[in-house]
Design a protein around this ligand. Structure first.
Ligand code: UDX
Length: 461
């Protein structure tokens, strides 16, 4: 883990942070909070009751839970494929309690001035609240720059049929004119509700433009040209402070207990031999897709570590849908766990590749450990991240035909055994070398601090 020097200036400034209550959003927000804490800021986390972080892992922060009414819809998480629904719901259900909580915090007597509120970009309603209170709002965008550019360009609200194409349509494999890196088959995976996605993304992007600045969990060398494109359209300052996890691990904010017993199993495997498989915290797959994954792993003959999150397989509690005798045949060659210490697994010398859903955190974590990827994007930004991995950075193979055992076997061979895979490993190792730049992150945080201290974001009292 890299260390950031701490500073003693601005100790009287407090920052209030508000994460979206999902694993892939809580992790980076708490990591960012830690980074800012080491630079002298006091930290208050306002958080939804749903997926509440564990305050005892962060005794140096103050936590303020707010009512979110998420329990009224939480049982739909496994069945409702429209991911935008949950984010749009939270932008309504949290409004009153967030306003009350923020106003209360600002009225608290004490010497500390609140420098700003940092909220997840998906909590777009918070811009109007911050404006009313004359408090600067900085946005944390937890996905990559490429995702933001793509979401800005794609015609979600146009009612075009392009989001509903199937394999039988002649355009299915063609590039999307508005964002040629993506194929039509990629954008059909982003959402089942283009109109809802359009509403969500236009709200997010408009309120990012209205904010006082945007913090990105990325690093300059990875997305340099996108950063330039973006700065023409987003006139507010951008701060590339990532990759956050290289400074603070995500283990403290893990919502599921990480199974650490697998680390000693990894110790026994040859270098770069293990295929690590995980599809993140929200994606669901069908029973038949799950069985194709199992056959793919069984067929390839390499050691594997597979994270099967309880409830991930639609209609199953956990492993019931595995093919007959799978566990018996797997023996010591494989391990299946409910949740892993992912950053440690990716950093382990035995890990050879990461078969991932390409959530932004997973993608970044893999790059930062120099691990090439096999990409099985499921929804939202994942199909966009997967195209960057396979077609722009050329550090992984995209399973173009989804979960299908023959394609899986070929993809694993390409990454783990072929010359092509070696070249991917070289490219991702080179990105790994560039990923940690303590000087750069300190420069960005200092820039943020200067803007606060000279009142460039407004000077809230
Ligand atoms: C969600 C969206 O799916 C994704 O597209 C968006 O970019 C962020 O929110 P999620 O499924 O949570 O992502 O994936 P990801 O962004 O990769 O975050 C998962 C986090 O959980 C990572 O930090 C990873 O290290 C951690 N994790 C994952 C574990 O600690 N253990 C595991 O077994 C799997």
């Amino acid at each position: 883990m890299e260390t950031l020097g701490s500073v003693s200036t601005l100790r009287s400034r407090r920052i209030i942070l508000f994460p979206l209550p999902f694993q892939g959003h809580i992790n980076p927000m708490l990591q960012l909070a830690n980074i800012l804490h080491t630079r002298g800021f006091k930290i208050t986390i306002i958080h939804a009751e749903y997926n509440s972080p564990n305050p005892s892992n962060y005794p140096h922060f103050a936590f303020k839970p707010i009512k979110d009414r998420f329990s009224e819809i939480a049982d739909q998480l496994a069945t409702n494929r429209d991911g935008t629904y949950f984010a749009r719901y939270l932008n309504k259900s949290c409004v009153d309690s967030f306003i009350d909580c923020l106003a209360e915090l600002l009225a608290e007597p004490g010497e500390e001035r609140v420098a700003c509120v940092i909220t997840d970009a998906c909590f777009y309603f918070t811009q109007a609240v911050a404006d009313d209170l004359k408090l600067p709002r900085i946005v944390l965008r937890t996905s990559g720059l490429g995702c933001t550019l793509a979401c800005d360009a794609l015609p979600f609200c146009s009612k075009k049929a392009c989001f509903y194409l199937t394999k039988q349509d002649s355009d299915y494999e063609a590039s999307v004119p508005e964002f040629p890196l993506l194929k039509f088959k990629d954008i059909t995976n982003i959402t089942i509700n283009p109109q809802g996605m359009g509403d969500l993304t236009s709200n997010i992007l408009n309120q990012m433009r209205a904010s006082s600045g945007i913090i990105w969990n990325t690093f300059k060398e990875l997305e340099e040209s996108d950063l330039e494109t973006l700065s023409q359209d987003f006139q507010v300052p951008s701060f590339t402070l990532g990759p956050f996890h290289k400074y603070f691990p995500a283990s403290g904010s893990s919502l599921i207990e990480q199974d650490r017993t697998i680390l000693s199993w990894l110790d026994k495997q040859p270098p770069k031999s293990v295929v690590y498989v995980s599809f993140g915290s929200v994606a669901h797959i069908t029973k038949s897709e799950f069985q194709e994954v199992a056959h793919g792993l069984a067929n390839m003959g390499l050691p594997f570590l597979w994270v099967v999150r309880p409830g991930m397989v639609v209609g199953s509690e956990w492993l019931e849908a595995l093919p007959e005798k799978f566990l018996e045949r797997m023996g010591e060659r494989g391990r299946i766990v409910k949740w892993s210490p992912q950053q440690e697994v990716l950093a382990h010398p035995a890990t050879g590749c990461f078969w991932t859903h390409n959530g932004w955190n997973s993608t970044l974590e893999s790059i930062c450990e120099g691990v090439p990827m096999i990409c099985s994007p499921c929804l939202a930004d994942q199909p966009i991240n997967a195209r960057y991995v396979s077609d722009v950075w050329k550090i992984g193979v995209l399973l173009e035909d989804g979960f299908e055992r023959v394609g899986i076997k070929m993809a694993i061979k390409r990454v783990m055994m072929d010359k092509e895979g070696e070249e991917m490993r070289e490219r991702v190792s080179s990105l790994k070398e560039k990923s940690v730049n303590v000087w750069q992150i300190q420069w960005h945080v200092t820039k943020l601090q200067k803007q606060w201290s000279c009142g460039a974001f407004g000077d809230y009292m």
